[in-house]
Design a protein around this ligand. Structure first.
Ligand code: NAD
Ligand code: MG
Length: 388
């Protein structure tokens, strides 16, 4: 029996993880499930899986959670610290909290050791060095759930990392991959969250549309795999069948293919180093017929260049990129700014704020907060301009 904890159990990645776990009740026992404030979703999942602990990060939801789980043996907790406390202690922990709120809980899981699966991008993007150092110290095994990094993980021969010529990260290109910049100017949140290949949370769907998601993934890949940054390439592959590739010096390219369903990479991490069945039909290669590849366009999708620059510059830059992007995406989803202004606000924030590299998680959180203030000022300025 493997004990498992899901941080962010009510989200898109969280529910995909629960689906797999519930298919093999003899193999997995649920220790803790956490959510922000979705009491109904959390309580339902905790009842079905007989979770030992259920935690709401929003403490005001704790009474409702207790009521919803009355009569069960599940212990209910509330507040951000309770999420961190619940993050330690399982054999296998999924980090699927969206945004910077996932930083502390993932660090707590990494410090405790065991297998920690990273879906949430912030821990690697904003605090990558700290997370890797903590894992080295505790002996935690980090496994990537993001489909691209999971694909690379499956193809990357760590013992022969110096024989890798390049990593090729594939990108669907998002819903606007064929659109001109002018056409993208008037894009609505509804259009941006309608991803052609993947069903995901709203924030990451917008990131796919701006291609900031691929930029963040570039930074994640640089943290996870020992290879010079300029040897990590991004290629648009509209079918999202090849999830990424590793090219070796002898000319062999290893690729991982699969359906566009997060349950495939999550299952890899859940069973690792074993394998487990998933309910997906086998890929029908004949029906698929073809696989297309195109160059990624950093002119129409400036987020790609912003992310590459932030990676190169290092220090606090990736954390600023990420925080500014979160603010800009939220403002776009709230219809306060236009689609093209998302990358513009990220660029403005990076140009106005340049603190020293973070040395601790508190430093990262302080940089994150400060970058959000700058980005919020940028949003307000633009909203004012558009009103005047
Ligand atoms: P989601 O919005 O569907 O779910 C987020 C989860 O985090 C929910 O359970 C929510 O209750 C919880 N949460 C939100 N705010 C919180 C807070 N302040 N404190 C504690 N918990 C909080 O998001 P998702 O699509 O499942 O993505 C989760 C993470 O995984 C993101 O970082 C995303 O970038 C990454 N990811 C997602 C996918 C995907 O296919 N959805 C793929 C790769 C990576
Ligand atoms: Mg991905």
């Amino acid at each position: 029996m493997k004990t498992v904890t899901i941080l962010g159990a009510t989200g898109s990645v969280g529910t995909s993880t629960l689906d797999l776990i519930e298919r093999e009740p003899d193999r997995f026992r649920v220790r803790a499930l956490t959510a922000n404030g979705d009491v109904a979703g959390l309580a339902d999942a905790a009842r079905r899986t007989r979770a030992a602990i259920a935690v709401v990060a929003d403490e005001s939801c704790l009474p409702a959670l207790r009521e919803a789980l009355a009569g069960t043996e599940t212990v209910c907790e509330g507040g951000p610290q309770a999420v961190c406390d619940a993050a330690a202690g399982a054999d296998w922990t999924m980090g699927a909290i969206v945004g910077c709120a996932g930083l502390g809980p993932v660090m707590a899981a990494v410090r405790a050791g065991g297998v920690v699966v990273i879906a949430n991008k912030e821990p690697l993007v904003s605090a990558g060095d700290l997370v890797l150092a903590a894992a080295a110290q505790s002996g935690a095994t980090l496994l990537p759930a993001d489909s691209e990094h999971n694909a690379i993980y499956q193809c990357f021969d760590r013992a022969r990392a110096d024989r890798v010529r390049r990593i090729v990260i594939t990108a669907s290109g998002g819903p606007f991959r064929d659109w001109s910049t002018e056409a993208m100017r008037g894009v609505t949140p509804e259009q941006a969250v309608a991803h052609p290949n993947w069903s995901m949370g709203a924030k990451i769907s917008v990131d796919s549309a701006t291609m900031m998601n691929k930029g963040l993934e570039l930074i994640e890949a640089a943290r996870l795999f020992p290879i010079p940054h300029d040897r990590i390439e991004i290629v648009v592959h509209r079918q999202s069948v090849i999830h990424s590739m590793v090219d070796y010096v002898d000319g062999s390219i290893l690729a991982q293919l699969g359906p566009s369903d997060m349950r495939v990479p999550i299952a890899h991490t859940l069973a690792w180093p074993d394998r487990m069945a998933t309910p997906m039909a086998p890929l029908d290669l004949v029906a698929l017929g073809r696989l297309d590849f195109e160059a990624a366009d950093p002119v129409r999708f400036p987020a790609l260049q912003l992310a590459r620059d932030a990676l190169e510059e290092g220090g606090a830059r990736p954390a600023i990129l990420n925080a500014a992007n979160e603010i800009a995406v939220a403002a776009f989803l709230a219809r306060r700014i236009g689609f093209l202004e998302i990358a513009a606000i990220v660029a403005d924030t990076l140009s106005r704020f340049d603190p020293p590299a973070p040395a601790s998680l508190d430093d990262v959180l302080a940089i994150d907060q400060e970058a959000r203030r700058f980005a919020n000022d940028g949003v307000e300025g633009r909203v004012k301009d558009s009103v005047n």
